[in-house]
Design a protein around this ligand. Sequence first.
Ligand code: HEM
Length: 421
Amino acid sequence: MNAGPPIADIAHPATYARGVPHDEFARRRRDEPVGWVTEPELVRRSTAGSTVQRGTGFWAVTTHAEVVEVSRRRDEFSSSRRGAFLVDPRTRADLERARQLLVNMDAPQHTWIRRAVSPAFTPRAVQRLAADVAEHARSTVARAMAGDDVDLVRDLAAELPLLVLADLLGLPPADRGLLLRWSNHLVGFDDPEFGGGDIEAYRQALGEAMAYAAALVRDRRRRPREDLVSALVAAEVEGRRLTDAQLCQIWLLLIVAGNETTRHLISGSLAILIGGTVDAHGPGAVEELLRLVSPILQFRRTATRDTTLAGTRIAEGDKVVLYFTSANRDERVFAEPHRFRPDRPDNPHLAFGIGPHFCLGAHLARLELAELLTAIRPYLPRLRLTGPVVRLQSNFVNGIKTMPAALVPAPRTAGRQKECP
Ligand code: HEM
């Protein structure tokens, strides 16, 4: 009897080096929208030697309706109880440290900090950055396209978010290499080329980033400037100000949250657009690229009491994982879910999550992609991949590490529309 293809392990980082297992997610949406996943054994390295760790297992939530429901039932599905990341904190101290990050908080602390930070990310505040973002996009594309040996990740997708974040967070542009290294280590933890599961390397990157943040906060307290850190230092909500430790945590979250995500949105978008014939511009294209790329695969919650979800019983303490990447291709919500269709009349994608933790950087990320598309549009018909696209081993971000490309002389006149990877 033919046993059929092996079922993709949606919890294993290595699975994603081959691409998001969309067939397996489609099967789960059909057969078990809230289905149990046994976690694989993963090797963790430290000076004490290698250890093998295996998570507790979790409920994978793969349908659009259920991802929305869990996100909204905030009292029953907590971000703070065990954090919002798939891997459990190992010790009580690790959990307490994690809870300093906005993404790992629940109300009322979450509501308070969010109120202090969100004014910097309103559409109007982001619009003030538009001219600078457009200029960064133009110069980055021009530099990349002038080179012989272009890597669309290294020269384009990684560059733009770093330049924008350096402006926003008050770093000299020359320090953007530090941002890149820290966030590669923190987010690419499982990839052999970056963190490789090395706990010490992770802690070192974290320590360096925190020391940098602390110096920056001290400096802005003394000499405020026109930047986000100075605004956060001065922010007052309900008569209270953020402490130095809170400011450093926000800064850290922003370098990680605003960097990898936007990089992979750009590289994933280029992977879809290169070699096709679609002309991607306008808000419909940006939303459709967000939906198809879904740079963040998942975030996690923990059940605070025994409950049910789509008829499945969930016990207090169970890990519940929201697969935005799967919800965004749910055939009940999106006709032709694997097709790039910028003309969709309605596009309620969940690339930025939904509910109280909805991404603070959504307007900024949209702006960056829109400006990048505008800048690269004249080159797209002549842009070709010249080598393999190498993907990140991560069960958290949908990432591409390298994407060699070149401009060819003759413009294309005809082509095909592709199914999206
Ligand atoms: C395409 C790019 C981006 C994607 C796909 C993305 C995705 C997400 C998602 C899915 C969440 C929800 C977390 C949860 O439900 O637990 C989130 C939260 C967050 N994002 Fe983004 N993000 C992007 C860009 C950015 C940028 C540019 C920034 C800032 C510069 C940013 C800052 C944040 C912050 C601070 C949170 C935490 C919000 C909270 O917990 O209340 N993100 N993001």
